[in-house]
Ligand binder design. Structure first.
Ligand code: FAD
Length: 453
């Protein structure tokens, strides 16, 4: 009775109690598709599923996200770059589609009666520098990029010096420069645009952490009489935030879009924990790897014409706004990977590893002032640094979209579209991403991208 009285009191005019407030993020009991992870991948997939649903409200799609502030999500801690300069045709095709999508973003993600979306696209291009040793590979990559329709120019050191007088070309034999569809944009705005649009189309957002996947065993006899032990996820268990309550969603399909944490999600259904010499012994090889981003002020720096520059050493920088600020970083060597317990920034890394490389390449950076910094996690695929996309061979209703190792933001529009095709049509229709399937991990076939940053 006391409880009831309190509820009535809370519901009186002037109180902020609302039945909707309490149940807002509770997941439904049943859904067709549950997407684990509400970063850029999760929301892009949700959006494309609704775009492709055979009739309005035919699909119940739920996105479960444990941290709606996105404090550690890679998406909002990325540097927002998009480039066409890859070596694998699939990566080039994905980024080309994404560039088209971003150009027409209001057609795709605009919502009636809401302000137009401006993702603050900065079309300044990427500039890759290569040493004598790597020049032939750079040239080969550019040939592939051009075959895929990308507009990329090759520059000799003399041409480079003419175009970018502030650049020290010592040790540079060749450079490639994107003439269109490359630059950077605001990741938050794209994430919110996907989420807003998907919710407007009926996707349910649920706040909570997926803590277990409850599956049933299924046996399949192949035409050759071989018996296969399969499993099918029946329920997704969600721990509600700030509570001991859990909710269970009965579902037909599950998508693991949990980014840097997707290996843990895969383990919930036995992937990577199976007995030796079985397929379930093979883990999803995706783990968090910490990457630092430093922002510095250099009023006399390269200025407005500065592209996203990728040095021969792997160090990179780009302009940040128009007030003489720049940001950049460097992926550490494998043996120097930092501890991932927290997102603390190592300032010595900038002093010792990043700054000397950038100041050598751009002497104007010899005097600069670091203003701020942050760290984020790459959803790093330790097997081959390429994504894992598609079905697991033994868990028949579990799809992956993870392991993008530093370029997932820009690929999200294309991956969402492709995965929606795979789920709803049973095959890829626009871009064939079959090369990124889990099966390659079993076969030990690497999908090696040569242009990783
Ligand atoms: C420093 C840095 C720079 C980068 N620069 C670029 C760039 O320039 N261009 C580019 O394209 N990419 C870049 N990336 C990579 C890009 O950010 C990622 O590949 C991409 O954001 C991955 O998106 P995601 O949705 O898979 O992961 P996330 O954004 O990490 O989202 C995953 C979500 O899953 C949630 N989650 C995890 N486990 C659970 C669970 N059990 N239950 C519920 N929710 C869960 C997490 O809270 C998280 O919000 C960069 C990354 C970093 C760190």
């Amino acid at each position: 009775m006391a409880k009831f009285r309190k509820k009535v009191k809370d519901a009186l005019p002037g109180s902020d109690w609302s039945p909707q407030g309490i149940s807002r993020d509770l997941p439904p009991d049943q859904a067709d598709i549950v997407i684990i992870g509400g970063g850029i991948m999760g929301w892009s997939i949700a959006y494309w599923l609704k775009m492709r649903e055979p009739q309005r409200n035919a699909l119940r799609v739920v996105v479960v996200e444990r941290d709606l502030q996105y404090t550690k999500a890679s998406t909002v801690l990325s540097v927002g770059g998009i480039r066409q300069q890859y070596s694998m045709p699939e990566n080039i095709q994905m980024s080309r589609f994404s560039a088209h999508f971003l150009r027409l973003i209001n057609g795709y993600l605009g919502v009636v009666n809401q302000p137009p979306i401006d993702i603050q696209f900065n079309p300044s291009g990427y500039l890759f520098l290569a040493t004598e040793e790597r020049a032939a590979i750079l040239e080969e990559n550019v040939q592939i990029q051009r075959m895929e329709g990308a507009e990329i120019s090759l520059l000799s050191p003399a041409q480079l010096k003419k175009k970018y007088p502030w650049l020290n070309t010592d040790g540079v034999a060749l450079a490639s420069c994107g003439l269109e569809n490359e630059g950077w944009f605001d990741p938050w705005i794209l994430l919110n645009a996907f989420r807003n649009k998907a919710i407007s189309m009926g996707v349910h957002q649920s706040s909570g952490e997926v803590t277990s996947l409850i599956s049933r065993h299924e046996e399949l006899v192949t035409p050759d009489g071989e018996r296969l032990d399969l499993s099918r996820i029946k329920f997704v268990q969600v721990q509600m935030p700030g509570s001991i309550e859990t909710a269970r969603i009965q579902c037909a399909v599950v998508v693991n879009a949990a980014g840097a944490w997707s290996q843990k999600v895969a383990e919930m259904v036995g992937i990577g924990t199976g007995p030796p010499d079985t397929i379930l012994e093979i883990p999803l090889p995706v783990e968090p790897r910490k990457r630092y981003v430093y922002v510095w002020h250099c009023p006399n720096g390269p200025g407005l014409a500065s592209p996203m520059l990728i040095d021969t050493t792997g160090a990179y920088f780009r302009r940040e706004g128009v007030g003489g600020n720049y940001l950049g970083g460097l992926s550490p060597a494998e043996e120097e990977e930092p501890d991932i317990q927290d997102l603390e920034v190592d300032h010595e890394f900038f002093q010792e590893k990043v700054w000397p490389k950038l100041a050598h390449r751009v002497p104007l950076f010899e005097s600069l002032k670091v203003k701020s910094s942050w760290a984020g996690y790459y959803d790093y695929n330790t097997f081959d640094q390429s994504p894992v996309i598609g079905l697991h061979p033994l868990v028949v209703n579990l799809y992956f979209a993870t392991g993008f190792s530093g370029h997932g933001l820009q690929q999200s529009p294309a991956v969402g579209q492709a995965l929606a095709e795979l789920i709803l049509d049973g095959k890829y229709k626009t871009i064939d991403l079959g090369r990124f399937s889990f099966t390659r991990l079993i076969k030990g076939e690497k999908a090696l991208e040569r242009n990783i940053i």
